[in-house]
Design a protein around this ligand. Structure first.
Ligand code: UD1
Length: 416
């Protein structure tokens, strides 16, 4: 499938922001710890969510998409997470913590995911080892044994999102015991995961701060929950409106999740108003370059918006520098943007962008999830027809992307 885009339209209108993919995925994994029915409400059909649900189903859980909700119940009949899907979905590693918490043993293949760098799992493993989990390796498989899991203190060497979530989940069912995790990632999706687990009867304190404390409980019960709005989706639409010009209103998003982006968009010349659960953006003038920007962990500038801010700089007046500090290979979209007339040079983890007056339409191919979305934004401003191919990358984390953009006035079609 591909998108055909006829660029040049301004964007006007209102959108409801879907639930956050990066909250839903670990939350799906955490349902492994509970046999009763868990309802995750208003689920967008991101491909990653469909794939994660399919893995869970293959492991024995009952998984159902009904009336827009995801309903999960039952127990696992296998703790071997070694099917083909785990090669492409890195988030399958989130199942390690919950499986060890409930079943005390697991077999895993090394997880896959977006091709944006090495993405090892050494921090997950080191953290679990300090809780007494034993690991052995054979034939590309990782064997984990948590039969002697003990409580303790875990100090993460880097605030990895996935490692924080995995170690937090592994500690939830250590009945009556206290686990402390230090140097945790503080992303809002981790807070949402903790809220979900606590709504099942878990006792997690401090999510969103550097130290998380988990009081182990014996058992979890069923729950019903709606995840937070997706800050990366919201950021994508804000950047799209900034680039195309127009006025949009996004509902269902807490502006506190996006403060660094809001600062950059305001400095670029956009008018932005913030409400408790809503953001409006208006822009009718040429964007100014942002100068220098560095990605980092929350509350810094999110790496997941780096490709989107990069494409925005290609048509902003002046020169800007983006320093990618989180992933080592997240500039793959640059080669595709060059086909559209963008002036970007990359040296290691730095990209220097010289703003041009306009981008030209071209045929481009998505390199990864966010890079793919960046190409769509480039297509929206390039006058003429742009073809964006291999959009399955985009659909991993954007549901109804074309439909939503059309509702704002963009000319975009999904075709075979
Ligand atoms: C999560 C997000 C992803 C986002 C990223 C950083 C989900 C489903 N995905 O990914 O969208 O881009 O956070 O905000 O929530 N690292 C190691 N060893 C480890 C773990 C991580 O070296 O054991 C490195 C990674 O290679 C990467 C950096 O740490 O360079 C950040 O990774 P991490 O925070 O773990 O990201 P993910 O949880 O994979």
């Amino acid at each position: 499938m591909k998108y055909l885009i006829n660029g040049g339209n301004k964007l006007f209108g209102r959108l409801e922001v879907d639930s956050a993919k990066n909250a839903i995925l670990p939350i799906i994994a955490s349902t492994i710890m509970c046999d009763e029915e868990c309802v995750i409400k208003e689920i967008p059909m991101y491909l990653d969510v469909i794939e994660m649900s399919a893995i869970l189903e293959k492991l024995g859980k009952k998984v159902e998409f009904r009336d827009g909700n995801l309903i999960i119940s039952g127990s696992l009949n296998s703790t071997s997470v070694i099917m083909a899907e785990t090669k492409t979905l890195r988030s399958s590693i989130f199942m390690l913590g919950p499986i060890l918490a409930k079943y005390r043993k697991a077999i895993f293949t090394s997880p896959g995911g977006c091709d944006i760098g090495k993405r090892p799992i050494d921090i997950h493993i080191a953290g679990l080892k300090s809780l007494g989990v034993k690991f052995t390796y054979a034939n590309d498989l990782i064997y984990a044994d948590a039969s002697k899991m003990q409580v303790g203190e875990v100090e993460l060497s880097f605030p990895s999102v996935g490692a924080t979530e995995n170690i937090m989940m592994a500690s939830v069912l250590n009945d009556g015991e206290i686990t402390v995790i230090r140097n945790c990632a503080r992303e809002p999706e981790i807070v949402d995961l903790a809220k979900f687990i606590n709504s099942m009867g878990g006792k997690i304190f401090g999510a969103g701060y550097e130290t998380i404390v988990i009081y182990g409980v014996k058992k979890l019960h069923g729950t019903s929950f709606r995840c937070i709005g997706d800050r990366i989706l919201a950021g994508t639409y804000l950047i799209a409106a900034a680039m195309c010009g127009g006025r949009i209103e996004l509902e269902g998003i807490d502006p506190n999740f996006l403060l660094p982006l809001i600062v950059f968009l305001r400095n670029s010349g956009c008018n932005i108003d913030l409400f408790s659960d809503k953001i409006t953006l208006e822009n009718f003038s040429k964007l100014k370059s942002i100068g220098k920007i560095e990605t980092s962990t929350f509350p810094g500038f999110p790496t997941d918006l780096q490709s989107l801010i990069l494409v925005m700089q290609t048509i902003s007046k002046g020169t800007s520098i983006i320093h990618e500090t989180v992933f080592e290979a997240r500039f793959k979209v640059v080669a595709e943007l060059a086909k559209m007339g963008a002036k970007i040079s990359v040296s290691e983890r730095y990209a220097t962008i010289i703003g041009v007056n306009k981008l030209k339409p071209s045929n481009v191919v998505c390199p990864d999830l966010r890079g793919g979305a960046a190409l769509v934004l480039a297509g929206l401003v390039a006058k003429g027809t742009t073809e964006v191919d291999e959009i399955f990358h985009i659909e991993r984390g954007y549901y109804n992307f074309d439909k939503n953009l059309r509702s704002l006035g963009a000319n975009i079609e999904k075709v075979e």
